[in-house]
Design a protein around this ligand. Structure first.
Ligand code: NAD
Length: 298
């Protein structure tokens, strides 16, 4: 039976560290501020927003909420991002996805100043990471404002997955890591991070043939497909380390991941639960990046 990787526990440690930094900055007269931009009524975005607000409260970060109806114009969103870019009280901006289809999401994300792009999804931070100009952050837990200021932030969810693996002393180097999903927010940057950490990486997606043949080879299996119970016990080998990034809200309102926990946990050595696994760590990483951003501007 697998040992559980408790994301909640790691998240509490990260947040307690964040809180100390927030207090330290407070002593210098700097209040740390995070802007949260939500468009429409997407249920999972609303849940993510309320969890983030709760985490802000517990770390004394001041949240600035920007809520818009589904009908908001591109112009209004861009003007809001520009106002946030120029707002000295705000050190980071998180935009909740998905945005309405008619809104050009990439244009919105790329209008965030890289030094306030604490979710690290703009073309500049992604490009710098791909060019190995910001990989140092994967190795240093130090708050090094000089590094972050010049190099951009790492995307919170994949960065959190790496932190979680390290917290549980999972050796990444030389292992075969299989990532399911190739999205810009999760699968793609996670694959790059695992590659940076010298895993042999295979990326699967919805067009991948014989998924089970590949997942059975994984020493580390990370699932971010958004498909409930996509991976079952017969699709993994004994001893695999499993990270379930998927968050799927079922019709009965239950939240499950992409991994069939019951069957996979019988074979895995380590596994994350859903909820309580990667989700809380993602939020903690967002706050950590926000404090780094505030510190960089001392
Ligand atoms: P996305 O829809 O942008 O990407 C999904 C990816 O999965 C795609 O690359 C697609 O090709 C692949 N895929 C879909 N069906 C597949 C299948 N049957 N077999 C193999 N690959 C398949 O989604 P996303 O934004 O990357 O999010 C993925 C999941 O992770 C969602 O459930 C989302 O809610 C969750 N998520 C969790 C966190 C967290 O903090 N835990 C953060 C972000 C996203």
């Amino acid at each position: 039976m697998a040992k559980i990787m408790e994301g909640k526990r790691l998240a509490e440690e990260i947040k307690s560290n964040v809180k100390q930094k927030v207090e330290m900055l407070g002593g210098m007269g700097i209040e740390v501020g995070l802007a949260l931009m939500l468009v429409g009524d997407n249920l999972s975005s609303k849940q993510y927003l309320s969890a983030t607000l709760k985490a802000c409260k517990s770390t004394d970060i001041t949240p600035y909420e920007y809520r818009f109806p589904e009908s908001v114009s591109m112009n209004e969103l861009l003007n809001t991002v520009h106002a946030i870019n120029n707002d000295e009280r705000i050190h980071g901006l998180l935009v909740f996805f998905p945005l309405p289809r008619r809104i050009n999401s990439r244009k919105i994300v790329n209008s965030i100043l890289p030094e306030k792009d604490v979710d690290g999804l703009g073309s500049i931070p992604i490009g710098k990471f791909a060019a190995e100009e910001s990989t140092l952050q994967l190795y240093s837990k130090q708050y090094d404002p000089a590094v972050t200021q010049h190099l951009g932030f790492l995307p919170c969810t994949p960065f959190g997955v790496i932190r979680l693996l390290e917290y549980y002393n999972v050796e990444i180097k030389g292992k075969h890591a299989v990532v399911i999903g190739k999205s810009l927010a999760v699968g793609k940057p996670l694959s790059l991070m695992l590659l940076t950490k010298e895993a042999t990486v295979t990326v699967c997606h919805r067009e991948t043939k014989n998924l089970a043949d590949i997942t059975r080879q994984a020493d580390i299996l990370c699932a971010a497909a958004g498909r409930p119970n996509l991976i079952t016990g017969d699709m993994v080998k004994d001893g695999v380390v499993v990270v379930d990034i998927g968050i799927n809200v079922l019709e009965n309102s239950h939240v499950v991941g992409d991994i069939d926990f019951d069957s996979v946990s019988k074979k895995a050595s380590l596994i994350t639960p859903v909820p309580g696994g990667v989700g809380p760590v993602t939020i903690a990483m967002l706050l950590e990046n926000t404090v780094k951003s505030a510190k960089a501007r001392i």
